[in-house]
Design a protein around this ligand. Structure first.
Ligand code: SAH
Length: 276
């Protein structure tokens, strides 16, 4: 099969499984040639619904191209519209940035930040060769966001975070959305889509995910977890989350526990989590 047929098959699979229900998202998957972003693997592998490691060191994966079905679900939560200004943290191969560029269109803006210089180079070259030279690939630590092009309508974090950093709060407009895989201690790892209203972020959707961690100073941060009751914390069975409210830790109060089952306080953001 040629790449166009393989891409069509992948899109049909994503639509069937509910990972690309919005036509714009299916269209983006159909338009971006995923194999160009992972030239190191055979064509068939490039169009399998799997993550592929693209950089590792000492047996640890530092970067991978994300699994299409997981990206599709995160993009649904992001709900990028034409003309949007979008910031991605963790460029990796550049594949997700290309999908975002399809969604935001020529009138939008996509900025993506990557901490590994060789991956920045690689992504710039791939994006340019596929016609996405308008994507801005920046070398830097994504914890700080990218102030020169702020504010953003959407922020998508493509690596596992433990906090919503001050820079992301500062650079996301009111009413904007952030989709971020958060490691919430007892609760596990989820990609959470939040909509921001003033100084609060309300979850609009939560999907299971698996990401490489963001590297940098915050990696080792310890979280403080408060539970409404011991059973709220130790349920003894896997639980799913109904909603998460995220507020600046400087504004957080004990009253959050009246409305949530557990509260996870990070240096910048406090997450109030309610079980389903
Ligand atoms: N969106 C990518 C997947 C990226 S994997 C794709 O579609 O291919 C996560 C990426 O985040 C890796 O490339 C890793 O190097 C990068 N990363 C890790 N910590 C980072 C940080 N602090 N700032 C910016 N990028 C970071």
């Amino acid at each position: 099969m040629d790449d166009a047929r393989l891409r069509q098959t992948l899109v049909a699979e994503l639509q069937r499984s509910g990972a690309a229900e919005e036509p714009a998202i299916a269209h983006a998957f159909a338009a971006v040639p995923r194999h160009c972003f992972v030239p190191e693997v055979p064509l068939e592998e490039a169009y399998a619904d799997r993550a592929i490691s693209i950089k590792s060191a000492g047996g640890e994966t530092l970067a991978s191209i994300s699994q299409p079905s997981m990206l599709g679900r995160m993009l649904e939560l992001a709900h990028v519209e034409r003309g949007d200004r979008v910031l991605e943290i963790g460029t990796g191969s550049g594949y997700n940035a290309a999908l975002l560029a399809e969604l935001a269109g020529d009138e939008g803006l996509v900025v993506t930040i990557e901490v590994e210089a060789d991956l920045v180079e690689r992504a710039r070259m791939t994006l340019a060769s596929c016609g996405y030279e308008r994507v801005r690939v920046v070398l830097g630590d994504g914890h700080a966001g990218y102030a020169p092009d702020a504010p953003y309508d959407r922020i998508i974090v493509s690596a596992r975070a433990t906090d919503i950093t001050q820079a992301w709060w500062d650079q996301l407009r009111d009413g904007g959305r952030i989709v971020v895989p958060v490691d919430i201690g007892v609760a596990g790892e989820y990609a959470v889509g939040f909509e921001r209203t003033d100084d609060a972020m309300h979850s609009i959707g939560i999907v299971n995910c698996l990401f490489v961690p963001l590297r940098g100073e915050r990696e080792t941060t310890r979280q403080n977890i408060f539970a409404r009751s011991p059973s709220a914390r130790y349920g003894g069975r896997p639980r799913s989350i109904r909603e998460i409210l995220a507020v600046p830790t400087s504004d957080a109060s004990a009253e959050l526990l009246e409305h949530a089952d557990i509260v996870v306080a990070q240096p910048t953001t406090t997450f109030a989590i309610s079980w389903a």
